[in-house]
Design a protein around this ligand. Structure first.
Ligand code: ATP
Length: 228
């Protein structure tokens, strides 16, 4: 059975429709890459799944439950953990306070998170606002992990980061996958996504336009849907 099942998802910002039929499934332990050119609806899909955007139609089922009727805190409690685009850490709280604020019981704790991202361990008392972009992204991922999610969603996992930090984040994502974590990841680094993904879902104009394995992501598909 799928952990997440999204069917015919439509979403609206006021009177403006942004999603017109997104289909997306994630099995337990699977890493799915959500791809598409700018403005095609990736973040809106994430906002609909996490219920930050509630004006939606269509089916969103998570772990067998209908998420489409829930507020965002209930979706989070079901086990959907998000490291959002733009990171959104609590700027005036320290690293450890940021982590403690999101912690829920389960296998992920601060010790395990700092094992994944040793740099965070060295900066526990530092204010989040003073972290580098890469460290803030590590904090955002660690925070999402501390909710002990069944599904981890990473929106723009490495956007705007220096190559060395991007490498660290991709290595951490690969480790999480090896550990059996179910993951939905959005990023513009297509070759890294292809290397780590079990499946790719491409959105075009607010709809699912293509789904397949990274091996099926041919030059033609890339040219048509990703503008590579
Ligand atoms: P990007 O790669 O640039 O982040 P995306 O694929 O994540 O793009 P979305 O941000 O989901 O795309 O945008 C999908 C559509 O919804 C776009 O047409 C965008 O202009 C619109 N949209 C996004 N956020 C809002 C908002 N807050 N109000 C109105 N329209 C919005």
């Amino acid at each position: 059975m799928s952990l997440l099942q999204v069917r015919k998802l439509e979403a609206f910002y006021g009177a403006s429709q942004a999603l017109f039929g997104v289909d997306l499934e994630i099995a337990e332990g699977e890493l799915v890459a959500l791809m598409g050119r700018n403005g095609m609806g990736k973040t809106t899909t994430v906002r609909a799944i996490t219920r930050m955007l509630r004006t939606t139609r269509g089916e969103i089922r998570f772990a067998g439950q209908d998420v489409s009727v829930l507020p965002s805190f209930r979706a989070a409690r079901l086990g959907i953990g998000l490291a959002p685009e733009g990171r959104r850490c609590f700027a005036n709280l320290s690293v450890s306070e940021n982590l403690m604020a999101s912690a829920r019981s389960g296998p992920w704790d601060i010790g395990k998170a700092t094992e994944l991202f040793p740099r965070l361990g060295e900066r526990m008392t530092q204010n989040a606002a003073t972290l580098s972009g890469g460290e803030q992204q590590m904090l955002a991922i660690a925070r999402a992990l501390l909710t002990n999610p069944r599904l981890l969603i990473l929106d723009e996992a490495t956007e705007g980061l220096a190559p060395v930090v991007r490498h660290e984040i991709w290595a951490a994502i690969a480790r999480l996958k090896q550990g059996g974590q179910s993951i939905l990841v959005i990023d513009k680094a297509f070759s890294e996504l292809r290397a780590v993904a079990d499946r790719c879902v491409i959105l075009a104009r607010g709809e699912t336009a293509w789904t397949g394995t990274p091996a099926g992501l041919t030059r033609d598909v890339e040219t048509e849907f990703l503008g590579v």
